[in-house]
Every structure is written in C-alpha cells, then in structure tokens.
Design a protein around this ligand. Structure first.
Ligand code: URA
Length: 188
C-alpha cells in the first residue's frame, strides 16, 4: 500500500481481521520503540498481559528479557520490539504457519524495511521460522546470520529460558555473544 509509515501500519494492525487471531484479541500489539531504532527484536506473539495493554513484552518474560539485554549493554528503550504475529493466540497456542506468514507479509516486512535496523534479534523458534524460513533452534541459537543484506541474531525465547534451566544456560551464554555482536554493529 502506498504512503505507509510505521504509524499507519500500527493503525492497520489494530484494525486487522485478516486471520482468525483477531477474534480472540483484546488489543493488537503492533510493536513499540524508536522509529529509527538500530536494533529490532522480534518475538513470537503477544501474551495475556500484552493483549490487555497493547504493548509488547510487558509481562514476566518481557521484564526478564529487557533486564537481560541491559546486562549486555543493549538499552531496551532503544530497540524496536515486536512479534511475528500481533494478536494474542487463545490459550497461548503457537501461531500457525499461515498466521505467521500473513502477518509477516502484510506488516512485519514493512516494519523492518521502514525501520531498516542494523541488527534484528529473533527470539524463539517462531520468529526464526517466520523470517528465515527454516532452522532448528538447537542449531541456530547464539548465531549471527546474514540473509538478504540483513543481520539476524538468534536467541531462545525468554519464557523458555525462565522455565527450563538448560535453556536458560544457553540463553545467558548467547546473550554475551549478542552483546558483542550489537556493540560491533552499532559502531559501524
Ligand atoms: N512473547 C512474545 O513473543 N511477545 C510478547 O509481546 C510477549 C511475550
């Protein structure tokens, strides 16, 4: 659509009825952060807290995620934070491939090209699958991937890191690498 900017995309998202997820939402969650952010972070889907407030990563996993970013020198307030899908799936089910593809093609790719970040942090397998197409978290986590001129870094989802000690250990190790990658990218 011509003449779209981040604000108008957010408005479209708030009114979206393209896939069945809209029926279960309270508020859609377009994303939040500076329009000129050098780093973007893409999660899976809004949870119940996010659905209530219309803001991304404001629940327990969001608090943990933002504190983790800060620990490695990334100011979460300077990051544009969003998710693969913008509406909360009932009972926290995983969004389907069709839902993710629809949301990606209609909104997420436009958000990425307007923000034009130097680094995109993908948190969790759903965002990896949505943007990179393939890849097992087992192999992808902690890696920097350059694809079509964009740089991605893959992290486990913070809610998995909070629940499973083995994933938490990988998450914390990968965060240190992310801090180094971000410092390098931001210096450019
Ligand atoms: N998990 C996500 O992926 N996004 C949110 O906004 C909250 C939890």
């Amino acid at each position: 659509m011509a003449g779209r900017d981040l604000f108008s995309i957010s408005e479209e998202i708030r009114r979206c009825t393209l896939c069945p997820l809209w029926k279960g939402r309270t508020l859609a969650v377009p994303g939040d952060g500076p329009t000129g952010a050098k780093i973007m972070l893409i999660g899976e889907a809004p949870g119940a807290n996010e659905d209530r407030e219309g803001m991304p990563f404001i629940g327990r996993s969001g608090v943990y995620l933002k504190a983790s970013l800060l620990k490695v020198g990334i100011d979460p307030g300077a990051v544009f934070i969003t998710s693969a899908v913008k509406c909360h799936p009932a009972k926290n089910r995983t969004p389907t491939l069709v839902e993710c593809g629809m949301c990606r093609d209609t909104y997420l790719l436009s958000q990425i090209s307007l923000i034009n970040p130097l680094l995109i942090i993908l948190v969790g397998g759903v965002s990896v699958r949505t943007l990179l197409g393939t890849g097992e978290m087992k192999e992808m986590h902690g890696k920097t991937i350059v694809r079509d001129g964009r740089t991605y870094f893959v992290l486990h989802h913070p809610s998995a890191a909070m629940r499973f000690p083995a994933i938490r250990a990988m998450f914390e190790k990968d965060l240190v690498e992310l801090g180094k990658v971000a410092a390098k990218v931001l210096k450019k």
